[in-house]
Design a protein around this ligand. Sequence first.
Ligand SMILES: *[C@@H]1O[C@H](CO)[C@@H](O)[C@H](O)[C@H]1NC(C)=O
Ligand SMILES: [Zn+2]
Length: 229
Amino acid sequence: MARHYFFLCSLLAYSFSGHVIAAVDYQVTNTDSATPGGIRFTNEIGIPFTKQLMGTINAFIWTTVFQQTNPSDQKPITSVNLYISDLKEDEGVTWGNNNINISTSYLQEYKGNLKLAFTSVLYHEMTHVFQWDGEGHAPDGLIEGVADYTTLRANFMSPGFAKPGYGGKWDEGYAVTARFLEYCDGIVPGFVAKLNKKMRFAYDVKYFQDLTGKSVDQLWKEYKAKYGQ
Ligand SMILES: *[C@@H]1O[C@H](CO)[C@@H](O)[C@H](O)[C@H]1NC(C)=O
Ligand SMILES: [Zn+2]
């Protein structure tokens, strides 16, 4: 019942601001609960907190990042499964339609506030569940950039998150692309939401031009110039 209780809180909170949040079921499984990382998850994060966080992030993605208050604009996701499971190399991964794995090795080795770091990774991975990717045609760098843009908007960036103006190309990915998307958002309010909406069925780099009147290369040049690079 705890899961539904926490979900209800965010549901109520968002109905007051006029948004409708469809019911999504959040499942969390600690598959490696006896390992050091699994034990640290239980002690410092826990399943109830994680389920509540998934509801908060889901609502944030729909309302603030993608501005999909109309359910017909949202990706039709009815459940998200999160596994605490060893991944060796990555912190987290999103796979299939609606599955996320967070690595026990990562949780075990992280130095610092684990709850904050876990929250940051979850904002990123949850974005992958709910974002459009042009039916698989959007570049990986843009997909990863949008996911990091969510952590940036939520103010849960990882400690080494790139500063504005940093990076070699617009689709380098992660924080570099997230900072560039933040800049585009400054030119056209709701840029990321609009770009995501355009990527529902296809992808074309011209979407940047459609939305801003400038090519992505021109935008990147002006972005770099703004920060003196
Ligand atoms: C995620 O964890 C589950 C449960 O341990 C496992 O079955 C699945 O293969 C993992 N997926 C990836 C991509 O690691
Ligand atoms: Zn990612």
